[in-house]
Ligand binder design. Structure first.
Ligand code: FRU
Length: 496
């Protein structure tokens, strides 16, 4: 029986965390028989990265999670790196005696026996009991290529028009696509990306998804998501880019010029994110979750018994903007069930020096705000404040920039680049800025422009930093609407 209270300093109260020890990438997400499965890169013996296993949890609402025993453990083929899972409905693999079941496809990581060079090969494991137990396929590994050292993170999906499995996999500086009829034998179909997008770091954790554009069920584009690893000389660390284009079952073509770079998130802490298999949303959107950390400092963050959290689960969609089609992210609607109490304001003019939120406190909440900046030069929210601590979400009116400044957000000194301010262009819509944000004990997620702009950041404020302020500089601001929702902890009622 667990005796955890989930009240350690910085323990997220409505984001997924492992009960204890180290976690990185989300893996193998799949919806099957009423349950959302979330596996994750896990080191069960330490709070820093080490020999990788797949930890495992399930949920019926994407918010409350039940922790299950470790699903995949290292074996004679090596450690268990990132990968995906699918429902093999037609028993193409032959693992399920004509029925259906779950197949996980992941990277086995070890070393070439003679040279010690890292070796990364792809393997299968399958489950006949809804993911509770797993059998390693005796024919592992099923895919290897001795010419590539960084060859990992297979993401597999069923391509209905061609009745074939497609695998997207990172291969050093590009993505490869393989196809298969049975998940066991794979043929190389094409390569993408050696001269496209950002190459600031090694390419990892791809995902290829088909999404309707502007919700139009008759018009789709394909999105290729690619994580790129940390580069010691760049402050940003690891981050995710994406490409929008077409896919014919074999080949992905980018609709933008090769030098276009599209970032999925403009904060520092949304990495290695991929989508759920078998969980298409009613509007055609795909369910996504990312690892809410950054290889620049992931091993150094000041948590105690565990390390790292996932982002809120989000629905990905495509929206048309003036520069092209862009990915939008919206937290799953189930998050709204956590709203415990709401305070609202409407049509209020706030002058510089007045704080509309004076007297309000919180460390776990959602804010929805629309404002007309009018003559102000900067408008924003100072959150998790006390003494000189503050996390600022602001809008620089003159330069049309949305920013998060975590320079003074609390504990920041574990890595020189952690304390920082970052910005992203954001135009006014009908003269207004509209933001939605989620504050947890150690993170902030900000969404703007209907999710086409996202900023996800970890913060480590003192427990006593619960103040909040709406500020304006250089002129008054008209708050069209403001809602402050206090959110329940997902652990409420668990330990009583
Ligand atoms: C991404 C990553 C993957 C790899 C895993 C190892 O964060 O580097 O490419 O499979 O982490 O834990």
């Amino acid at each position: 029986m667990t005796t955890l209270s989930y009240t350690e300093a910085f323990r997220p109260q409505f984001h997924f965390t492992p009960e204890a020890h180290w976690m990185n990438d989300p893996n193998g997400m799949v919806y099957f028989e009423g349950e959302y499965h979330l596996f994750y890169q896990y080191h069960p013996e330490s709070t820093t990265w080490g020999p990788m296993h797949w930890g495992h949890a399930v949920s019926r609402d994407l918010i409350h999670w039940e922790h299950l025993p470790i699903a995949l453990k290292p074996d004679h083929n090596g450690f268990i790196f990132s990968g995906s899972a699918v429902v093999d409905e037609k028993d193409t693999s032959g693992f399920f005696s004509g029925g259906s079941g779950l197949v996980a496809l992941f990277t086995h990581a070890d070393e070439y026996p003679d040279t010690g060079r890292p070796r990364q090969r792809q393997s299968l494991s399958y489950s006949l009991d809804k993911g509770r137990s797993w059998t390693m396929y005796e024919g592992n590994p099923v895919l290897s290529d001795e010419t590539i050292t960084d060859f990992r993170d297979p993401k597999v999906f069923w391509h209905e028009p061609l009745s074939v499995w497609v695998m997207a996999i990172a291969a050093g500086d590009h993505i490869r696509f393989y196809t298969s009829g049975n998940l066991k034998e794979w043929s190389l179909a094409s390569e993408f990306g050696a001269t496209e997008g950002s190459h600031d770091g090694v390419w990892e954790c791809p995902d290829l998804i088909k999404l309707p554009v502007d919700g139009n069920p008759g018009y789709h584009k394909w999105v290729l998501i690619v994580s790129i690893g940390d580069h010691p000389e760049l402050r940003e660390g690891s981050r995710i880019q994406y490409f929008v284009g077409d896919f014919d079952g074999y080949r992905f073509t980018n609709n933008a010029s090769p030098d276009t770079i599209l970032w999925l998130d403009h904060g520092r802490d949304n990495y290695a994110g991929v989508t759920w298999s078998n969980a298409d949303q009613e509007n055609g959107g795909k369910l996504y979750v990312g690892w809410m950390s950054n290889w620049k400092y992931a091993n150094l963050t000041p948590t105690s018994t565990w390390r790292s959290a996932m982002t809120l689960p989000r629905v990905l969609s495509l929206v048309t903007r003036k520069d092209g089609v862009r990915v939008a992210q919206t937290p799953v609607v189930e998050v709204e069930k956590l709203r415990r109490s709401t305070v609202s304001w409407e049509d209020i003019i706030v002058e510089p020096g007045c704080n509309l939120l004076a007297g309000h406190h919180g460390d776990r909440y959602e804010i929805e705000i629309s404002f007309e900046p009018g003559s102000a030069s900067e408008v924003g929210l100072k959150l998790r404040t006390s003494g000189d601590e503050e996390t600022v979400v602001g809008y620089d009116v003159l330069n049309r920039l949305l920013f998060v400044d975590r320079s003074n957000s609390g504990t920041t000194d574990f890595q020189p680049h952690f304390g920082c301010k970052h910005s992203v262009p954001l135009e006014l819509v009908d003269g207004m800025v509209t933001l939605r944000l989620f504050m947890d004990w150690s993170s902030i997620e900000v969404f703007a422009d209907e999710g086409a702009v996202a900023i996800t950041d970890q913060i480590f404020p003192d427990l006593s930093s619960t103040g909040m302020e709406l500020y304006t500089i250089g002129g008054s601001v008209k708050v069209i609407s403001l809602q402050l929702h206090e959110l329940d902890s997902i652990y409420t009622g668990m330990n009583t």
